[in-house]
Design a binder for this molecule. Sequence first.
Ligand code: FAD
Length: 431
Amino acid sequence: MDGGIAVAAELQRPDRYGWFQTAREVRPLIPRGAGMSFAAASFAADTVSIDFTAFDRILDFATATGVVEVEAGIRLGALFDFLAARGRYLPIQPGHPAITVGGCVAADIHGKNPARDGSFIAQVESLKLFHPDHGTVEASEDKERELFRATCGGLGLTGIIVSARLRSKPMPAATLDVTRRRVANAGEAAALLRSSSAERDLVYGWLDLARSGAKFGGGYVMLGDFSARPDRGAAKPLASSRFSSEARARLPLPLLNRWGAWAVNGAYRVKLGISGGGSSLADAQFPRGASEMFYRLFGRAGFHEYQAIVADARYPDYLAFIHEQAKRLDVVLCLGVAKPFAGTSDFLRFAGDGISVAVEVPRGGRSDAFMAELDRFIVAEGGRPNLIKDGRLPREVADATYPEIERFRAFRRAWDKGGRFRSELSLRLAL
Ligand SMILES: Cc1cc2nc3c(=O)[nH]c(=O)nc-3n(C[C@H](O)[C@H](O)[C@H](O)COP(=O)(O)OP(=O)(O)OC[C@H]3O[C@@H](n4cnc5c(N)ncnc54)[C@H](O)[C@@H]3O)c2cc1C
């Protein structure tokens, strides 16, 4: 997904633990998972990316507790299949099965109801982290706590996560009952997202981008609960996917222009209006058929995503602002998704009380000016942008919106003294 940033970098893909003996010679370096982040977090100019996907084994599974230990290069789809066959699952997962556990820990990703479930750190019992100067260190909430907290959400800058022990939960059913509620405007959507977040297993809003004026921000809120009806069998294994950052960028010209976005969103609106009912847990966790097609349509030029948390009360004004700026700058809004959040951020963790809004626009034209306008709103309102979703977020904006960024920098200076680890993102944000 690395559209927009071109650098000459080296890639190594070790597949033996012997590689760690030579790691002191490799510098500067940065770990890489599936390379599916929208920001350049796993590569930089003149830096060696360590692709960790060959380390993808399940090391241990405790039937009594459901704790599973995995190598960090394992993909979520493979782990989903392993756990589903044992009647278990991970409640907090991002939306694509090719993403790795290492990428989830390092970006401290969120799932389908972050207000209730928190972020990935909530299901990590412990980690093994390798740093060439410190060797392999075990970290958890009880042991090396600062290192643990700086690594979960630390964007690969504290070392290579070798393995993780994760707390899975019993899977109540292989299907979710999903209700789609039509909402007339942003205020209605915000109220429903918040009031549903305490109980639902899945809560998010889809913004109907064809609406304008006070109705912009209306659309559908999706509410999902594990089905109480008996399952007709265990969860089906996920089909494998060839989707990758390279595969995404094959179309030479974008098809998600004004008319393309209108057609795609219109078709989705019709689908939401007529369908409903059940969804397999796998499809609800990883709605990948639609998203793979969608991301391919942006073509080689790619897209910008801006995801930020704003206070519930400011959500309607923020949406009105997005709409106004997109119109003024002639930028095509292609996707809008809202999720309820809660909690406090520490180090670089993307958390906070409020509703997150993610909008996607094609790169090019005045899209950079549009993104800069959103920066301005978010800084003025005390919101928080998601660092892993934005390939151009300036340092001043990160400094103004992450109260603990200086503590992260200080931790890094002490832990990674020689500055071995770096990425385009860390250089841009002076992490
Ligand atoms: C279709 C799609 C849907 C998504 N949905 C969501 C969502 O619902 N919620 C959400 O929060 N995010 C979501 N994301 C974003 C995605 O979860 C993150 O960008 C994630 O970090 C990608 O993981 P990756 O394996 O591709 O890692 P990469 O993109 O390769 O790397 C991401 C970061 O992790 C670090 N890293 C990777 N492996 C290791 C390791 N072994 N040790 C240390 N550091 C490591 C890298 O250095 C880098 O900083 C989505 C992305 C896509 C493409």
